[in-house]
Design a protein around this ligand. Sequence first.
Ligand SMILES: C[S@@+](CC[C@H](N)C(=O)[O-])C[C@H]1O[C@@H](n2cnc3c(N)ncnc32)[C@H](O)[C@@H]1O
Length: 200
Amino acid sequence: MRPMFYRLKNKTHAREELVRMYRDLTGRQGLRPDGQYWTLCGTQTARNSELRQLCHLGLLVDAQFHGVDFDPKIIGKNRRIFPQAHWYAGSWSSVIRTLEFRPEVVYLDTMNVVGLAPARRIIKETIFQCPKGTILFINLMQTNPYSGYNRAPNDEEVLNNIEQDIPPEILSYWEDTGKHYVYSATSITRMATYVLRRVR
Ligand SMILES: C[S@@+](CC[C@H](N)C(=O)[O-])C[C@H]1O[C@@H](n2cnc3c(N)ncnc32)[C@H](O)[C@@H]1O
């Protein structure tokens, strides 16, 4: 069974770190009034989920939260608990091609491994769809307990891959904010968060 990510202590710290980085980058406490936060959401509970934690930290209100997940059951439950938030059942890539995708912040909270094809694909697709001003937090696994994949982290690798995968003209719209955060999701899963911003 998958862990309930939001319950993990280190995940809560990572959330606080995300909010701190957002504030450093923008000088604002919370999203703009019309700002949207988009995430690969998983299960969101009333008491202590990503949505609840971010509201509690003052980053956003329910109506600014947009959650995407493959699993329609997860989306249905989330919608019943948080009817004012926006929920989409389907693949991230197809959902973000909709007109509603106007994020201020994207939390691309993947379970993909740094450098491998699925991670590179979802990052590329997201970079192509984000409008000017988007702050893109990319969360990737540096170790993967399910496949036994484990190697030393390489902070440069994600950025190098992006440079290889994205045409220079599109890449010139983006800056590496230099912000980076590594944490252990479980005792055997190390995650890294990379932060890019679309500046033009
Ligand atoms: C790491 S969990 C989300 C955790 C949540 N953001 C939090 O902070 O508590 C990632 C979720 O995204 C879903 N997911 C992964 N890749 C996806 C994709 N390409 N399209 C749609 N859903 C995806 C998975 O089913 C999983 O529920």
